[in-house]
Design a protein around this ligand. Structure first.
Ligand SMILES: Cc1cc2nc3c(=O)[nH]c(=O)nc-3n(C[C@H](O)[C@H](O)[C@H](O)COP(=O)(O)OP(=O)(O)OC[C@H]3O[C@@H](n4cnc5c(N)ncnc54)[C@H](O)[C@@H]3O)c2cc1C
Length: 412
């Protein structure tokens, strides 16, 4: 079978790039290993307005949130609330189905229960790959361009030797059909006992329940252990009014910058390219935005009849120009936070409790670009800077230097 473009994976990144290329007249085949697009859900589904704008729909929104409470290791907290919605909780499966429907309407062909198995050879300027199907024999596909949108464990990245190990944070989440708590506020839990490495979360689901999860360092302790601790805390706090969990999910979040996300006749997008916000693990906005940029470059390359690595290189430059500096700053701040012990984190929460700083967070907070507000806070509060490494000073200075290199030892 011949196609201009083979997209592997029908998540938000895959369907976005597939739809954009099909709309411009290219033949596009999307291979998705699961029988149904969007399932199983592996996501908390919290996104910004930007995702809704890119999706061109609000039909998948379950509820909106306008506040956040951040809990330190000793469970002291700081809370912020904006006057208007700041983020949206989605039915994540519905987002994936919406994007796939859209792509199909533009002419992309979807094959579910179809897994990218391996690259076989190059032939007349096309990649020949093998797709495994659940019920039938394997299929050989000849594609001018292969786009790996196949998530954190990307087989495409491995097949085309584009992968270098990024950190993969184990994550564990469950849905609680009933939960007390503020339906307009997300809760974030920091500290080594509950969530070393990233954070735990409680997110209202808009139907009287909540999504509760943790993403943690891969330190040998299963994420489930931290999840159970967080749930035990919530049960105590909610005095038995939290229902039993349903719909568990176990997955991984890629953190880091891949050195290369393109090659001869191949591009990576989304989690496959580790295009994930390092401070939150969120990757829907970044993956979809990079998929749009990938489609622009791929379209031009296909039109010219040149999909060599050199012709696809503008993709690399485009996404790094938009998101690379934010990722670098966020990676640096993440390293800083990883070095803080629990008493230091508690002091940080206490320092944020000043109403002026809470006002800054409300004014500048942007879940897609969290380093903007971090920088603003550090500029505003010398007491915060004193809690953090001296090297941060260069970045925070009014002249606005680049963040220092990420050289220090993570083990502290
Ligand atoms: C617990 C958890 C909570 C999260 N919460 C949020 C959140 O609140 N907000 C947010 O923005 N992000 C969140 N994320 C991250 C977000 O889910 C991902 O960044 C996003 O799904 C990436 O989209 P994608 O299209 O790149 O990959 P995916 O959504 O992972 O899609 C990849 C697709 O490829 C398919 N596939 C994989 N291998 C193959 C193969 N060999 N052949 C064919 N198909 C294949 C998969 O079945 C899947 O459908 C969360 C992640 C986790 C783990």
């Amino acid at each position: 079978m011949d196609t201009d473009v083979l997209v592997v994976g029908a998540g938000p990144a895959g369907s976005t790039v597939a739809g954009a290329l099909a709309a411009r007249g290219h033949s596009v085949l999307v291979a998705e290993e699961h029988p149904r697009v969007g399932l199983p859900v592996q996501c908390a589904g919290l996104v910004s307005q930007r995702v809704l704008s890119m999706a061109g729909s609000t039909s998948m929104v379950r509820t909106s949130v306008r506040g956040a409470s951040v809990f330190g290791p000793s469970l002291g907290s700081v809370s912020f609330k904006a006057a208007e919605p700041r983020a949206f909780v989605l039915d994540r499966a519905a987002l994936d189905v919406h994007l796939a429907d859209d792509a199909a309407r533009h002419g992309a062909e979807f094959r579910t229960s179809t897994r990218f198995d391996r690259w076989l050879r190059s032939e007349e300027g096309r990649h020949v790959v093998r797709l495994a199907t659940r019920d039938g024999p394997p299929v050989e596909v000849r594609a001018r361009l292969v786009i790996g949108a196949d998530g954190v464990t990307s087989a495409v990245a491995r097949a085309f030797r584009l992968r270098r190990p990024v950190e993969i944070l184990p994550a564990f989440e469950a849905e609680f059909p009933r939960s007390p708590g503020d339906p307009e506020t997300v809760e974030v839990y920091l500290g080594r006992t509950l969530s070393p490495g990233l954070f735990g979360w409680w997110i209202p689901d808009g139907q009287g329940g909540a999504r509760v999860g943790v993403a943690v360092d891969a330190d040998g302790t299963p994420a489930r252990v931290y999840f159970d601790r967080l749930v035990a805390h919530l049960e105590r706090r909610f005095q038995g009014r939290l229902s039993s969990p349903t719909a568990f999910l176990v997955s991984g979040i890629p953190i880091g910058l891949l050195p290369r996300t393109h090659g001869d006749g191949v591009l990576l997008v989304g989690d496959a390219a580790a295009q994930v916000k390092p401070l939150s693990g969120g990757g829907i906005f970044t993956g979809m935005r990079c998929a749009q940029l990938a489609a622009d470059v791929a379209h031009a390359a296909l039109q010219r009849g040149d999909v060599s690595a050199r012709a696809l290189e503008p993709y690399e430059r485009a996404w790094r120009a938009e998101l690379g500096e934010e990722f670098r700053r966020a990676l640096y701040l993440r390293r800083v936070f990883q070095r803080l012990d629990d008493p230091e984190l508690d002091r940080l929460i206490a320092a944020l409790q000043g109403s002026e700083l809470a006002g800054t967070i409300v004014a500048f907070g942007d879940i897609d670009f969290p380093t903007h507000v971090a920088r603003q806070l550090l500029r505003q509060s010398p007491s915060l800077v004193r809690l953090l490494p001296k090297a941060l000073g260069a970045w925070v200075a009014p002249a606005g230097g680049r963040v220092p290199e990420l050289e220090f030892d993570r083990r502290k």
